[in-house]
Design a protein around this ligand. Structure first.
Ligand code: PLP
Length: 377
C-alpha cells in the first residue's frame, strides 16, 4: 500500500479545518445577497457580519475596521496603493507588497535587513526622517524563512515621524499571537487559507478614522472601500477558522517548534544550514540549504518520496530565479539556489518529521556519497 503523503508546506496553504468546511457548506445553502433589503439578504448579511466579528476578534480590532477582500494579495495592494504618501518597505516583503510599492505615486524606499533577515532599525530611522508622513509596510513574519520582524519598535519610530504603519500579518494567525494595537499597526493584512480557512478570501483591517482610496469601485460594499458582492461562503469559512483559532489557541504552538527544532538538528548532521537560524522565527518554518543540490531537485525528490515542501515562496506560482529575500540577507546566489522551505502544521506528527529526515538523509547520501560515509562512521 502506498505510504500516505506528508504535507510540509503550510506556509503556502493549510488544510481547511472541518469547522470552516461546514461553515462554507452552510453558507452555500443561503440564497441572499448581503446588500439586498429583504429577509434573505439580511440572513446573508448576518453571516458576513458574524464572520467580521470573528476576524476582528482574532486581531483585536473593532469589526467596523475589517474590509473583506479576495485574499492577502488584494489586501496588501489596497493598503499600499490606498494613500498618497511615500511608501517604505523592508527588503524582504512578499511580492504582493513589493509590486504595489513600486507603483506608489509618491515613490518608495527599501529598508535593508541584516544577515538574519531582521529589519535594520537604524536604517529605517534615517529613511523615515528623509520621508516624513510616509506609509511603512513591514511584515509580521517572512513566508520563506519564518523570520519575525520588530514591528512594534518600527511602528514607534514610524509614528514619531508622522508615518502610517501597515503590517502584512498573513503568516501570523495560528502560529503566533496577532494583536493590532499591540503591534501599533494602523493597517493589517490577514488571509484565511493560511490558518485553516478557504483560499481566495482575506481582509485588510484599517484603523477607524483613516481614509483609504479604494482600488475597486462601482458599489457601496465594505463601506465603499471595496466594491463588489462579497464572497459569502468564503467569508463564512474565514470567520469559522478565526473562531477556531481564538478558541483553540496555543499561541506559541510549542510542540510545533519542538518538532521543527528536531528536524533542523537531524538535518544539520547531513549538511543542512538553517537560514535565519539566529533570528526570532515562526515556530513552524525552516528554510534549509542542502549543499550542491538545487532547490528544484530537492522539491522533486521529496515529492517522489511523498513529501510536499517548496522552493521558497510557493505562492508566486511558476516563479523561478533566486529569492529576493535570501539575496537581501546576503545569501550568495549559489547557496540560495539550494534552499527549500519546510513549514509544519499544528497536526504535523513526529512520524512525519521522521519521514522527512529519512528522505533528507537519503538524498544527501545520494548526492554526497563520500561525505555521507564519513558522516555515518
Ligand atoms: N503575504 C505573505 C507574507 C504571504 O505569505 C502571502 C502568501 O503566501 C501573501 C501575502 C498573499 O496572500 P494570498 O495567498 O491570500 O493572496
Amino acid at each position: 500500500m502506498a505510504a500516505t503523503r506528508v504535507y510540509l508546506d503550510h506556509n503556502a496553504t493549510t488544510p481547511v479545518l472541518p469547522v470552516a468546511r461546514a461553515a462554507v457548506a452552510e453558507a452555500l445553502h443561503q440564497v441572499g445577497n448581503p446588500s439586498s433589503v429583504h429577509r434573505d439578504g439580511a440572513d446573508a448579511r448576518r453571516t458576513v457580519d458574524q464572520a467580521r466579528d470573528r476576524v476582528a476578534d482574532l486581531v483585536g480590532a473593532p469589526a467596523s475596521d475589517v474590509i473583506f477582500t479576495s485574499g492577502g494579495t488584494e489586501a496588501n495592494n489596497l493598503a499600499l496603493l490606498g494613500f498618497d504618501r511615500p511608501v517604505i518597505v523592508s527588503a524582504v516583503e512578499h511580492d504582493s507588497v513589493m509590486a504595489p510599492a513600486r507603483l506608489a505615486s509618491a515613490g518608495f524606499s527599501t529598508v535593508p535587513v541584516d544577515t538574519q533577515g531582521v529589519l535594520d532599525l537604524d536604517a529605517l530611522e534615517s529613511i523615515l526622517s528623509a520621508h516624513p508622513n510616509a506609509l511603512l509596510s513591514l511584515m509580521l513574519a517572512n513566508n520563506e524563512t519564518g523570520v519575525r520582524q520588530p514591528v512594534r519598535e518600527a511602528a514607534q519610530l514610524a509614528h514619531g515621524q508622522g508615518a502610517l504603519v501597515h503590517c502584512d500579518a498573513v503568516q501570523g494567525p495560528g502560529k503566533v499571537p496577532v494583536d493590532m494595537s499591540d503591534l501599533g499597526a494602523d493597517l493589517l493584512t490577514v488571509s484565511a487559507h493560511k490558518f485553516g480557512g478557504p483560499t481566495g478570501v482575506g481582509a485588510l483591517i484599517v484603523r477607524s478614522g483613516l481614509s483609504l482610496a479604494p482600488r475597486q469601485v462601482g458599489g457601496g460594499q465594505e463601506g465603499y472601500r471595496r466594491a463588489g458582492t462579497p464572497n459569502v461562503p468564503g467569508i463564512a469559512g474565514f470567520g469559522a477558522a478565526a473562531r477556531w483559532m481564538i478558541e483553540s489557541a496555543d499561541p506559541d504552538v510549542t510542540s510545533v517548534a519542538r518538532r521543527r527544532d528536531r528536524l533542523e538538528a537531524a538535518c544539520a548532521e547531513y549538511g543542512a544550514e538553517v537560514v535565519g537560524a539566529d533570528a526570532p522565527r515562526l515556530p513552524n518554518t525552516s528554510c534549509l540549504t542542502m549543499p550542491g543540490v538545487s532547490s528544484e531537485t530537492q522539491v522533486m525528490a521529496f515529492d517522489l518520496d511523498g513529501i510536499a515542501v517548496s522552493a521558497g515562496a510557493a505562492c508566486s506560482s511558476g516563479k523561478v530565479g533566486p529569492s529576493h529575500v535570501l539575496a537581501a540577507m546576503g545569501v550568495a546566489d549559489e547557496v540560495a539556489g539550494t534552499a527549500i522551505r519546510v513549514s509544519l502544521g499544528r497536526d504535523t506528527s513526529d512520524a512525519e518529521i521522521d519521514r522527512f529526515v529519512e528522505a533528507w538523509k537519503k538524498l544527501f547520501r545520494r548526492k554526497h556519497p563520500d561525505l555521507s560515509t564519513r558522516l555515518a562512521s
